[in-house]
Write a protein that binds this ligand. Structure first.
Ligand code: ATP
Length: 358
C-alpha cells in the first residue's frame, strides 16, 4: 500500500522539509526518521525549527508570526515529532502549532494507514498482515473539533454546555472525494463511509447524501456504509473487510486508535495531515510520552513509517515501500525497543532499519 494521496507528479529529488522535533520523545524519534530520509534522498533540504514546550517556556513563543505562511509557501512537507509537556498544563504550544497548522493550512485529510506488518504484534487471534490492511480518511478541519459552542450557568446545578458539530457540504464532499480518488488510483476498490446518521439526523444525513452523490461518480468502487458503533465491532471481528474508510473528525480519531492497536500499537502508527497539492504535515500517532523521554528507549518505528508516508506523498512511493519493508524486517527479527519486548535503544532500532533499506 502506498499512502500517496495525490496523482503522482514528477518526484522532486530535493524536497524542502520543515522539521519540528517538538516535546518529549519527539526529537528522539524524529532524528531516526531523518537518518532514513537523508539516506534515501540525499538531496533533501531540511530546516529545523525550535518549537515546542522548551521554546515556549523560554520566550513565550509558540508559533512565531509569519512562520505558518513560510511553511505554506516555501516547503513541501512538515515533519513533526510530538507536542505535549507536563510543564505546560494547557499545552498551548500543541494547540498553536498542530491545530494551527491543520486549520490555517486547511489540511483536511487526516490519513491513517492501518497495516499490520508482523502478525505477532496483532492482538487479534489468528490474524495476519493480509487481514489488517486498510487506510482511514478522517475529516480533519470540522466536525466536533472546531471549538464552537459555549457554556451557560457555569459551575451551577443548571449548567448547560454545548459543543457544536460542524458539517459543511464542501467539507464533507472533499474528504469523501479524497477517499474515492485514492480507491480509484490504487485499485483498493472498497470504500466504507461511517457515521451515526440513525441518531444524528442533520449533520450525518448530509454525509449520507454527499456519500451517495460522490459514489455515483466512481461506479468501479464498491461502497458500503456502517454506523460507527458497528464499524468498531467489525474492525475487531473481521478487519479483512476493510480497505478504505472515510469518516468524520471525532469518529476518525477514535477508530484510528483502535486501528493502531490492531497494527501493533501506537509505536507503529504513522499519520499525515494533507491537502493535496499543498504542504502536508506528517507526524507519528503517539504523543510526547514524557514518562520515557530522554531515556533513549522510545520506539522510532512510527516516526520512520511516517517519514515513509511523507516520501510517498512527495512522489516517492518506492521509497515508502522500502522503508516499510525495512521496518517489517526489523519487527520480524525482534530488533525492537523495550515496549515491544526488545532490548534495543531508539538509535539502535534506527540503525537496524537503515541496515535493511536494501
Ligand atoms: P500526549 O499527551 O502528548 O499524547 P501521552 O504520554 O499522554 O502524550 P502517548 O505519548 O501517545 O500519550 O502514549 C502513552 C504511553 O505510551 C506513553 O506514556 C509511553 O509509555 C507509551 N508510548 C507512546 N509512544 C511510544 C513510543 N514511540 N515508544 C515507546 N512507548 C511509547
Amino acid at each position: 500500500m502506498t499512502t500517496a494521496n495525490a496523482p503522482s507528479t514528477a518526484p522532486d529529488a530535493h524536497p524542502r522539509i520543515a522539521v519540528v522535533g517538538g516535546d518529549g520523545i519527539g526529537p528522539e524519534v524524529i532524528a531516526q526518521g531523518l537518518r532514513v530520509v537523508t539516506a534515501l534522498l540525499p538531496g533533501v533540504h531540511l530546516e529545523h525549527f525550535d518549537l515546542g514546550a522548551d521554546r515556549y517556556l523560554r520566550d513565550g513563543v509558540t508559533m512565531p508570526p509569519g512562520l505558518m505562511e513560510r511553511w505554506r509557501d516555501e516547503f513541501d512537507a512538515i515533519y513533526l515529532g510530538a507536542l505535549g509537556d507536563p510543564r505546560v498544563p494547557d499545552n498551548v504550544q500543541a494547540r498553536d502549532i498542530l491545530l494551527g497548522a491543520r486549520f490555517q493550512l486547511d489540511l483536511y485529510i487526516n490519513l491513517r494507514p492501518i497495516q499490520l506488518l508482523d502478525p505477532r504484534r496483532c492482538p487479534l487471534k489468528d490474524r495476519g498482515p493480509e487481514d489488517v490492511d486498510m487506510i482511514v480518511f478522517r475529516e480533519n478541519t470540522e466536525g466536533l473539533y472546531t471549538g464552537i459552542g459555549g457554556q451557560f450557568k457555569r459551575d451551577t446545578p443548571d449548567e448547560v454546555a454545548i459543543e457544536a458539530e460542524i458539517n459543511t457540504r464542501k467539507g464533507v464532499e472533499r474528504i469523501v472525494r479524497a477517499a474515492f480518488e485514492y480507491a480509484r488510483r490504487t485499485g483498493r476498490g472498497k470504500v466504507c463511509m461511517s457515521d451515526k446518521s440513525n441518531a444524528m439526523r442533520h449533520g450525518h444525513d448530509l454525509w449520507q447524501r454527499v456519500f451517495r452523490q460522490v459514489a455515483a461518480e466512481y461506479p468501479e468502487v464498491e461502497t458500503r456504509h456502517l454506523y460507527v458503533d458497528v464499524l468498531a465491532m467489525e474492525m475487531v471481528r473481521a478487519p479483512q473487510q476493510f480497505e478504505v474508510i472515510v469518516t468524520n473528525n471525532l469518529f476518525g480519531d477514535i477508530i484510528t486508535d483502535l486501528g493502531a492497536v490492531l497494527q501493533g500499537g501506537i509505536g507503529l502508527a504513522g499519520s499525515g495531515n494533507i491537502h493535496p497539492g499543498r504542504v502536508g504535515l506528517f507526524e507519528p500517532v503517539h504523543g510526547s510520552a514524557p514518562d520515557i523521554a530522554g531515556k533513549g528507549i522510545a520506539n522510532p518505528m512510527a516516526a520512520i513509517l511516517t517519514a515513509g508516508m511523507m516520501l510517498g506523498t512527495l512522489g516517492h512511493p518506492e521509497l515508502e515501500a522500502r522503508i516499510r519493508d525495512a521496518v517489517r524486517a526489523c519487527l520480524e527479527a525482534d530488533l525492537v525497543t523495550p515496549e515491544l519486548g526488545g532490548r534495543l535503544s531508539t538509535e539502535e532500532v534506527g540503525t537496524a532499519v537503515l541496515d535493511r533499506l536494501g
